[in-house]
Each structure stands twice: as structure tokens, then as C-alpha cells.
Ligand binder design. Structure first.
Ligand SMILES: [Zn+2]
Length: 669
């Protein structure tokens, strides 16, 4: 019986429950066993428990800034913010001083009496609440704040955090831990522009900091380092999330010009391109740097031999050099500066209209296990350009740093601890560079929905690593991290907030491994081709914008051709687990009665491989709707021979926790 005929027969049956996805002998390929075309997902009566987006999201649909199909609406808007920063790093004291001009373009339809700034460095201040331990640095000192050319006074903080923006506002600014609320002298009208100037300083945390720091005063990595405008969006309005350390950030797009002053002989890389190479580098180094994008091999802009001032870098009159970096259309800016760095470069093909891009790797050559990071970065940029979206920025940098940075992503640059090596280093480089897409290009709200960047990045990384080492992609059924948190009873919901979790370990699995695993399951369920097309569409649709989870859900449901609320509810909002078990198989003439139980809380399709005495196999998929209102279900399954074995999820595409009950075998004779 051919596939079409089998389909016809079953769709005419009243319940349309069983779907045979492939036919007979000798055996069917892995591709054929895939319930492609969304067939396994047909839900022919109302979904179990519809997802209810928050009121702000529903209002955005109403206002036409978002569409029900998960795309930006005709009236979509977001704030645009440009930064111009002059910063000096003094290695001996670890003091960073800067003056900054912020230009806020109010591309929103709302009048804005206040602008909120993140002062992330205050997470290191005495008394600041935080989700993890750290050393105390005193936080950030603001020595001057102006708005629209008017000098602003510091006002006492309001008693309660939620009152910051309420009531009449007098011009001035209030600092409340990691946030500053600026009351503008004049409200900013829609379409208006206001300039905010801030002079500030802080001391870089040497050890026990996180996501930034310095290594023996020889390498500095600056992130969460400048007063940054908080997002004002169409769903939640003014973001006022404090920085507590675990949740990361949520930022708007803009252009940056950053002048970084460091001692002569030091090297500076960061978000953006170096625009004054002739002022800081020897002509030979300038030529090497310029030639790199065209290359496939690795070359050295600065090697160990020419690291001193006056060699690869120019001598200076006063002992200092100012490096100018410029970046367009980025949502953040980070800097790595080192007195002990060497600088390796190569190029990468991205398929983007801008042509090949520059790949950079800076590291301390005493730790030369880091040298392969250049090639790892090259592979990652090329792989993700192909799988997700052509890389739109002119360069990508891996920068070695202190243990405190672990592995942390910023636009065009990642900080990675010097401790990573070999496959581990490749894994971190690939993971962090995948973040250049999510959340740097696709600008999600990480603080609240960490899975939208970490989960998708975990998924992306697994594909890229499998491609690099030419190994199979890891299966959801083998996911040890997920299995561990279930055993330890530490599950947290994927849609939970990183800073509000009971179990940090559970929260990290909920942000990384579990959603990463579920992307593989989803890809299998809706078919690889459809999933991959959806994934590209999602990234291109939301590039340089702010997608919310409900946008992702809607676009994925559209790709699947069916509502996936049955999937989001238990797996993304709930703490579901999966344990499907075969209770009984009663073979008959031309069909078998198969009884399957759902022993846990999670709903998934039931995918069974039937094996026959002649060695042929077939795959049968029951849609998730078989679980409506029941934990045990018996269905007639058409058979095309004498059954020897039936296995649930033989290929490990689902996160079934107990596979000992997934098989039925015929008893001989
Ligand atoms: Zn990550």
C-alpha cells in the first residue's frame, strides 16, 4: 500500500487518529521516518490549553504594531539610540573614565517625560541587590548629567522602586541602584530628538566580577560599562528591569563611535571597525589588517616579536594612544584592550552583499592553546551565515579574557576565559558567535526570556559543532542536563525569569539545554525543511527588531501548519516531562491493537517503529490529540506483515525519560 492510499484511508476514518508515515520493505530511510509535512501534528479538535499572551502583547496586536501571524505590523516602531563615547582605561588603577553623548530619537508614538538609563556597574556597588556574589568596587560615579543642554541635579531616590516614574517630575535625575531615571526639562515629543551627556567613572572589578573584568591589569574587557538607555517598546512600554547579574539585558539599536584611550603598545578591539588604523598601527600592520577579509588562512597583525610600542603599534608622544571604533546598527558595545595581546586575523564568506568579513582573535601568547580560536570563529561565522542569515556586520572577534568573563557575547565581539581549550574552546567560540545572531541581530528581551537567545543558541551550536567535527547532531533523547534536573526535581519553566528562579541550575537548563533540545524535537516533528525555512524567516523578519515569545510561537505554528499551543503550554510554560510506554500489542489480520500510556505530564505525538519478520519497517505517528482527556489510549494500527517488534521513538527525537518501557517484542512460537 502506498503512502497516499494509506493516508486517504485514515483521513476518512471518524477519528483520523493514526497516521502511517511510510511504507514497506526493505527498510525506510531516516528521512522517510520523519513525520514530514506536519502530518504528525494534526490536531483535529480544540487545543488543550491555549497560550494567553500578556495584555501588552494583545494591545500591540490591536494597535497594529504586531501581527497575529507573529510578524511586525505596519505600525511597528522602536526607539533608536546613538552613542558617542570617549573612554580612558588606566591599567594600573583599573580606573575607567569617560564622557558620553547619547542621542535618543523618539521613534515611538508616545510623549516621553523620562528617559531611563541602565547603570550596570552599580551591581558592584555596596548594598546593591544581586543574584550572585561579587567583589565590591563602589559602582559607577556620575560627575555630570545634562539633557537637552540643561545641567541636571541629582534628586533623592523615591522610596519605592515602582514609584520612580510616577507623579509630577521635576527636571533632574534619580539613581536607584542599577538604574537612573532622567526627568527631561521638556517632554520628548514623538519624532523628537534629545541629547543626554554623562561624565562618569568606575573601577574595573579584578576578580569575582562577571561578564567583564581584567586579567592581572594586562587585559581589560569592558562590558555593561556605560550608561545605556533602557528600551521603550510597543509591548511593555518603559523597561525598568534592574541588573541583578543573572538576567542579561535588553537594548535598542543605534550607531556608536567610541574613542578608547590606552597606553601605547596596547591593542584595542571591540564592537565595530577600527577607523583610525593609521594613527595607531605601523603601516605594515595596517596592510595586513586590510588584506585579511580576502584570506582563508590565518595571518598575524601583531605577533609576539612585534608587540612592543614602536613595532606593530606606533610610538606616541605622551605614552597614550586613542583607538577609534565605529559600529552601525548594534544593540550594545564592548571593548577588549590588552598589553599582552597578539592579534591574529583571517576572513570569512557570509553570502551578505557587503562581501567577505574580517575575523579577529586576540589572546595572550603565553596561552597559545587559544590560537585555534581564529579558525573556530571563521567556521562559526560561515556556518551560521548559511543556516540562519548572512552575517551583516563587517567583523567578528574572539577575545581572550579573565575567568570572570566565562564566555560572553556582545555585537561583533565575544569575551572568553583563557581557561577554555581544544573542543571546549571551539564549543564556547561557536556558542558565543551564534549569539551574534541571537540576540545581537534578532534583538530579544533576554532578561525576561533567556531561552530566546540561550536556547536557540544552544540549538545553533549543536548543529555547527556537528558540522565542524562531522559527527551526528546530539539527540533530544540523550539530553543529560535535562534528565538531571528532572531527577533532582529542579525544573524551572522555560518562560520563567532568570532572576526569579528557585533553582539557578534548573533555570540555566530552562534557558539553555531544554529549549535547545525542544528545537530539535520541533524540527523533527514539523519536518527539517519546514523548520529550517521557518527559522531563517524568523531571523530575517525580526533582524534589528524586538520579537517576543508570542511572535516566535505564532511563526512556528504557521510553519507547522497547526496550532502548537499544546506544545508551548506543557513544555515552555509548564515543567512537563515525557514518559510514553507501550502497554500491549495485540497483532491481528492486517492490523494490530496497540495500547500506549502517557506516564508523565508532557504531551507529544506517539511515534512508533513497526518491525516485521521480513526485516522491513514502518513508522506510525499518532498526533498529540490522542492524549486529550486520557492517559492511556488504544488504537488500531494497520500492519503489512507479521510484527516482531514495536518501538516508541526509536531514533531518540523526543525527550522520553524512561526508554525501558518503549519496546514491545513478539514472543516466539
Ligand atoms: Zn549563551
Amino acid at each position: 500500500m502506498g503512502r497516499r492510499n494509506m493516508m486517504g484511508m485514515w483521513s476518512r476514518s471518524i477519528l483520523a487518529l493514526a497516521i502511517v508515515a511510510a511504507t514497506t520493505a526493505p527498510s525506510i530511510s531516516a528521512q522517510d521516518t520523519n513525520p514530514a509535512d506536519g502530518e504528525g501534528l494534526v490536531v483535529d479538535y480544540p487545543v488543550f490549553n491555549p497560550v494567553q499572551p500578556p495584555g501588552g502583547y494583545l494591545a500591540a496586536l490591536e494597535a497594529g504594531t504586531r501581527r497575529p501571524d507573529g510578524r511586525p505590523g505596519a505600525d511597528y516602531w522602536q526607539q533608536w539610540v546613538d552613542y558617542d563615547i570617549d573612554v580612558k582605561i588606566e591599567p594600573e588603577t583599573a580606573l575607567v573614565t569617560a564622557s558620553e553623548t547619547i542621542t535618543v530619537r523618539n521613534d515611538t508614538p508616545h510623549e516621553r517625560p523620562v528617559i531611563v538609563l541602565h547603570l550596570y556597574q552599580n551591581v558592584f556597588a555596596e548594598g546593591s541587590p544581586r543574584g550572585r556574589g561579587t567583589t565590591i568596587t563602589g559602582g559607577m560615579t556620575l560627575s555630570r548629567v545634562t539633557a537637552g543642554g540643561v545641567d541636571l541635579e541629582e534628586l533623592p531616590p523615591r522610596q519605592f522602586f515602582g514609584q520612580q516614574q510616577r507623579g509630577p517630575q521635576e527636571p533632574g535625575f534619580r539613581v536607584n541602584e542599577t538604574l537612573a531615571v532622567i526627568s527631561l526639562p521638556e517632554p520628548l515629543a514623538p519624532g523628537g530628538v534629545v541629547e543626554i551627556e554623562v561624565d562618569w567613572s568606575f573601577v574595573v572589578s579584578g576578580s569575582g566580577g562577571f561578564r567583564m573584568g581584567h586579567l592581572n591589569h594586562e587585559i581589560f574587557q569592558l562590558a555593561q560599562w556605560y550608561p545605556q538607555v533602557a528600551v521603550f517598546d510597543d509591548v511593555f512600554g518603559q523597561d525598568q528591569s534592574p541588573y541583578l547579574g543573572n538576567g542579561e539585558f535588553y537594548t535598542d539599536y543605534g550607531d556608536f563611535t567610541v574613542d578608547v584611550t590606552v597606553p601605547e603598545g596596547w591593542l584595542v578591539v571591540g564592537t565595530g571597525m577600527l577607523t583610525n588604523p593609521d594613527e595607531v598601527l605601523h603601516p605594515e600592520a595596517v596592510r595586513t589588517l586590510a588584506s585579511a577579509p580576502a584570506l582563508d588562512t590565518v595571518v598575524k597583525v601583531v605577533s609576539v616579536a612585534d608587540r612592543e610600542a614602536g613595532r606593530a603599534t606606533l610610538p606616541s608622544d605622551d605614552g597614550w594612544h586613542t583607538w577609534t571604533l565605529e559600529a552601525e546598527m548594534v544593540r550594545d558595545f564592548a571593548i577588549a584592550a590588552g598589553g599582552t595581546y597578539v592579534w591574529h586575523v583571517t576572513g570569512a564568506e557570509t553570502g551578505h552583499e557587503q562581501g567577505r568579513v574580517l575575523i579577529q582573535n586576540v589572546f595572550d601568547p603565553r596561552m597559545d592553546h587559544w590560537a585555534p580560536a581564529t579558525e573556530y570563529a571563521q567556521h562559526a561565522i560561515e556556518f551560521f551565515s548559511d543556516y540562519i542569515l548572512p552575517y551583516p556586520y563587517p567583523q567578528a572577534t574572539a577575545a581572550m579574557g579573565p575567568p570572570e568573563v566565562s564566555g560572553m557575547e556582545y555585537p561583533m565581539i565575544t569575551f572568553i576565559t583563557h581557561q577554555a581549550a581544544d573542543r571546549g574552546l571551539n564549543g564556547v567560540v561557536t556558542h558565543e558567535l551564534s549569539h551574534f545572531w541571537m540576540p545581537m541581530i534578532v534583538g530579544t528581551k533576554e532578561m525576561a526570556y533567556a531561552w530566546m537567545d540561550e536556547g536557540l543558541t544552544t540549538y545553533n551550536t549543536s548543529l555547527s559543532m556537528a558540522d565542524y567535527y562531522e559527527t551526528p547532531v546530539s539527540r533530544p533523547g540523550d539530553d543529560r542536563g535535562y534528565q538531571m534536573i528532572v531527577q533532582m526535581e529542579m525544573q524551572e519553566p522555560i518562560m520563567g525569569h532568570m532572576d526569579h528562579a528557585e533553582h539557578q541550575f534548573g533555570a540555566s537548563i530552562a534557558a539553555y539545554g531544554k529549549p535547545g533540545m525542544l528545537m530539535h524535537t520541533m524540527r523533527h516533528m514539523i519536518g527539517q525543511e519546514k523548520f529550517d525555512a521557518f527559522y531563517k524567516d524568523y531571523a530575517a523578519t525580526w533582524a534589528f527588531k524586538h520579537p517576543m515569545p508570542w511572535d516566535f510561537f505564532a511563526m512556528a505554528s504557521e510553519a507547522a501548519g497547526t496550532d502548537l499551543d499544546w506544545f508551548w503550554q506543557p513544555w515552555f510554560y509548564g515543567e512537563a516531562t515525557l514518559d510514553q510506554a507501550i502497554d500491549e500489542v495485540v497483532p491481528g489480520a492486517g492490523s494490530a491493537e496497540v495500547t500506549v500510556s502517557n506516564l508523565s505530564s508532557g504531551v507529544m505525538p506517539v511515534e512508533m517503529t513497526l518491525e516485521y519478520t521480513d526485516g522491513s519497517t514502518e513508522t506510525v505517528v499518532w498526533p498529540p490529540s490522542v492524549w486529550a482527556g486520557t492517559r492511556t489510549t488504544t488504537r488500531a494500527v494497520p500492519t503489512s506483515g507479521e510484527l516482531t517488534k514495536v518501538t516508541i521513538d526509536a531514533d531518540g527525537n523526543y525527550p522520553d525519560l524512561d526508554r525501558s518501557n518503549n519496546e514491545w517484542e513478539a514472543v516466539d512460537g
